[in-house]
Structure formats: C-alpha cells, structure tokens
Design a binder for this molecule. Structure first.
Ligand code: CA
Length: 360
C-alpha cells in the first residue's frame, strides 16, 4: 500500500517535472537565441514616415534587444506585392508586416474600422479607443488569420483632396471623377461622383491631363511631395473620409509566441513608440508643408461648405450601416466604435474643439 502510494506520488512528480520542462524550457533555450525576422510593407521604398518609420521600428527593436531580434525590412514589391502583406504574414512566410487594415476590406469587412472610417475618430480618438477595448476586438478578428495586430502609427487628420474646380454645393459632386479609395469612395459615389482608382504613380498624370477631376492622397507633407499643386488649384479640407488613419503592424502569431517574453515585450514597446513617433512626424511635417503650399505655391486652400459636409456625413452614416450589415463581426465593431465615438465626442467638443475655436 505504502509502496503503491509512493509510486503514484513519484509518478506524479515525474509527470509534473516533465510538464514544467515542456512549458519553461523553450523560453530558456530561446533566451540566448538570435532571431532574424523579415518584415514586408505596403509602402514604396523610402516613403517618408511610413516606410522610414517601419525601418526605424526595426532598428529600435535591434537596439533594445541588443541584437537578439534583427528585422530586415522590405518595401512594397521588394519581397511581396504591396497588397500581399496580409497573406504573407498570415501564412508565416514572413514574421512582420506594416500596412493599413482597410486594404483587407474585401476579405474582412470589419477590418475597415481599424484604419479610419468617414467621419470616424481622429488620431487621439483612435488611440484612446484602441487602448480601451478596440485593440481586443481587432485581436479577436485577426486571431483567425494567425495574426496579432498592433497600431504602429497614425497619419493624423488627412486632407479632403485636390480639385480642378470648386465645390460649392453637394451637387458639384455630380459627375465628378475622383480618385478616392475605400469607404470615402463609396460616399462620393452616393453623392453622384464617379470613383476612379489609380495606383499612386499614375495619379499625378491623370489629374494633370484631366482624366480625373480630383484626388485625395494623405496630408500636406505627402501631397506636396506628389506635386499635386501643379495639377489642381483647389486644396480642400477637412479630410472627412480619413480623420486619423491608423497604420498597422502585423505580427505572425506563431512567430510571436516562439519568442521569449522579453522580446515579445520589446516588439510591443517598439510598436507603441513608433505609434507616437509617426504621428509626431506627420503633424510637424504637415504644419510646415501647408505653409509652403499656400505661401510658396499659392495653393487655393478651401474649406468644404457646411452643407456639403453635412450631406456627406449622412451619406457616410448610410454607408457604414451597409458595411456593418455585411458580417456579424463588422456589426459588433461598428456598434463598439459608434458607442465610443459618441462618448468621446462630448468630451472632445468641450475640450479640443472649444480650445481651437477660441483662436478665431
Ligand atoms: Ca488617403
């Protein structure tokens, strides 16, 4: 009896020790191990803030990990096409990616809310939403694709776009040929416009030759670089269609779990740092570029009339309801987003809006 008990106990102890070994050994072995990862992006080589930001993220991870995690960054098209980033990281061919969630709308309609939606949240709102429940939803959605998402940056408020003629009423959108992708494009189409999609490299020529009447891009810094001011005189604001686009970091989940805990934390911390740094770069760069566009290039800066914004807003609400009806997850995200936006709008109105209004 005693012997059997002893055997049972020692057997249990062996199982227990083996179990401990199985769970704790890999991270001990991985501790001194060097990891060489690849990262693919949807951005052109050397694109300021977005591609340079991905490269800075990689070098920060290397520094923080003292060389234990090294990331080789490939621009869009160098290893996989710009729109192949999601599948490459999901499939495990590469470990990391930088892109924008709304590019995957065809596959995952719910992903659109994690970049920016028309009349949605600004950068501050996106970051505070992600930090208070939004990221959990995003993780839940990407989990089925073996991916972990993290915010890696934010463009801040974008501009409404470049127009060859003035927009005085919503009827001016009738027959207007505009390059504007995503949900913003759906709203412009509802307003009577014709949405034309062009790859980045062809937009300037299309606008200059009048094949399109208008285009949106990003904000003053990137728009200046594209030279749009030479092709269209009117520069409209605000960027109602992308009030604060979040840039995503895609992490292959299996690869992430293979890292020791400290390297996982380094990846997360470097992403959080990049999220702030990219927004800072956009804000500072946009401020300076706007002055240059107006003062040096005599751009005609125009605000969309209230009547136009309010009509676009109601068409955007309609569009979002239609998109939300496409899947259970979209509806769940849309409802959470809407609830948060309502909460934060009250605070934003008495704080930021009142403060800005006090300058005029
Ligand atoms: Ca844009």
């Amino acid at each position: 009896m005693k012997r059997r008990e002893f055997l049972k106990k020692s057997g249990a102890a062996t199982v227990c020790a083996a179990g401990m070994l199985a769970t704790s050994a890999p991270s001990v072995w991985a501790k001194g191990k060097k990891f060489r990862w690849n990262m693919v992006t949807s951005w052109p080589p050397n694109l300021p803030v977005l591609q340079t930001g991905a490269e800075r993220f990689a070098s920060r991870v290397k520094e923080m990990s003292e060389g234990r995690l090294q990331i080789h960054v490939f621009a869009g098209g160098e290893l996989v096409p710009p729109m192949g980033v999601f599948d490459a990281v999901s499939g495990g061919n590469v470990q990391l990616g930088s892109s924008a969630a709304y590019y995957w709308a065809g596959k995952i309609p719910a992903a659109q809310w994690f970049t920016s939606v028309p009349f949605g949240l600004n950068a501050q709102g996106m970051n505070s939403w992600l930090g208070s429940g939004g990221l959990k939803l995003w993780e839940e959605i990407y989990d089925q694709f073996n991916l972990i998402p993290r915010p890696l940056g934010n463009t801040g408020m974008q501009m409404g776009g470049w127009f060859r003629r003035e927009i005085n009423a919503v009827s001016d959108f009738q027959g207007l040929k505009m390059r504007i992708p995503g949900l913003g494009g759906k709203v412009v189409a509802k307003a009577g416009g014709t949405v034309v999609l062009r790859p980045g490299a062809e937009i300037f020529t299309s606008l200059e030759r009048g094949m399109i009447d208008a285009t949106e891009w990003v904000g003053p810094m990137h728009d200046l670089r594209m030279g749009f001011y030479k092709a269209a005189p009117y520069y409209y604001y605000p960027g109602w269609h992308e009030p604060g686009s979040c840039i995503e970091l895609l992490i292959n989940k299996k690869a992430y779990l293979s890292l020791p805990k400290d390297l996982q934390m380094i990846l997360d911390s470097a992403a959080a740092e990049s999220n702030i740094t990219m927004l800072n770069e956009f804000e500072a760069g946009n401020g300076a570029a706007l002055i240059e566009l107006v003062e040096k290039h005599q751009v005609k800066l125009r605000r969309f009339p209230d009547e136009v914004l309010s009509k676009l807003k109601s068409l955007a609400d309609e569009t979002l309801e239609e998109e939300a009806a496409k899947s259970k997850l979209s509806l769940k995200v849309h409802q959470a987003f809407k609830k948060y936006k309502k909460e934060i709008l009250g605070w934003g109105t008495v704080s930021e809006k009142t403060y800005y209004d006090s300058f005029t």
